[in-house]
Design a protein around this ligand. Structure first.
Ligand code: HSE
Length: 300
């Protein structure tokens, strides 16, 4: 009557695919222990690694709130649950922190109940969790955290998610500069209109990237990893953004951009060695400017 679940961090947008593309990272990831107990009600008994930032109130915490939605949907009443949440990544970092915790919780409750729902059926509850966490129910973190690999949100209404192929050598380096950029704020500043020529370039890139993933064409992937619409508005929130891009691209990255809504940045590479090299260089660069940084080199 107890399950422990790991859900991976994710990098949303894949540079050109705002709100529709995302990928799961090998590490880090959040963990949850969910235990059935006799006294009814949902309790969060422990949270570690959140620097005291997350609410223990089960109504406000996205993990317990999404578990409650599943219980309501399945008309399960009077169940007693205790949740322990072990956060293994910084909050508001651009690594899908809230999504990983929500997915771990949803997967855990489904397992504890004997898996009445499919993974696809769990997704709408995860979207509601994201809405609670940052004001908008985007699926590009929760989908890859739940389904793994690279995911495409083909449609939001109705929700239709597709797993895309992952080229064998595709890796990434993610660097987290220690500034806070909450997703809610990073979405608010975005323009609601774009020039047609930018839209044309962007959808050309999305199609090019997806084709590159299917054909394992690293040149095509590389030339598609540009963002004409979101990055120009958001990148000023991230210190040293252009400098970091220059370092990554000069060192042979396939592409560079913002991970999710930032402040983490991501450099895509062919091979883990290149990712590690870029992680080291970017860390060194930020270190010199005395910004604390964490580097993750991850296979997807
Ligand atoms: N697609 C979302 C955004 C991801 O860019 O705001 C947030 O993690």
């Amino acid at each position: 009557d107890c399950v422990r679940v790991f859900a991976p961090a994710t990098s949303a947008n894949f540079i050109c695919g705002y709100d529709i593309l995302g990928l799961a990272l090998e590490d880090p990831g959040d963990e949850i222990t969910l235990r059935k107990v006799d006294s009814p009600g949902i309790k969060i008994t422990k949270i570690t690694g959140d620097l005291g930032l997350l609410p223990l109130d089960p109504e406000k915490n996205t993990v317990s709130a999404s578990i409650k939605m599943v219980l309501d949907h399945l008309r399960i009443k009077n169940i007693g649950l205790e949740i322990e949440l072990f956060k293994k990544m910084p909050i508001g970092s651009g690594l899908g922190s809230s999504a990983a915790s929500t997915i771990a919780g949803l997967f855990a409750i489904n397992q504890l109940l004997g898996a009445p729902l499919t993974k696809q059926e769990l997704l709408p509850f995860a979207l509601k969790g994201e809405e609670l966490a940052c004001g908008h129910g985007h699926a590009d973190n929760v989908a890859p955290s739940l389904l793994g690999g690279i995911t495409l949100i083909h449609s939001y209404s109705p929700l239709h998610v597709i797993n895309l192929p992952v080229p064998k050598k595709l890796c990434c380096s993610i660097i987290f500069p220690h500034v806070e950029v909450p997703t809610r704020a990073a979405r608010k500043i975005l323009k609601t209109q774009t020039e047609l020529k930018n839209a044309v370039s962007q959808w050309g890139n999305i199609a090019g990237l997806v084709t590159g993933l299917f054909t394992e064409d690293y040149n095509l992937i590389s030339s598609s990893l540009k963002d004409y619409i979101i990055e120009p508005t958001r990148s000023f929130l991230i210190p040293e953004f252009e400098e970091m891009r220059n370092i990554a691209i000069k060192s042979g990255a396939l592409g560079f951009g913002i991970s999710g809504s930032g402040p983490s940045v991501v450099a895509f590479t062919q091979g883990i060695e290149k990712a590690k090299e870029i992680t080291k260089m970017l860390k060194q660069h930020l270190g010199k400017k005395s910004i604390e940084s964490n580097g993750y080199s991850s296979a997807i």
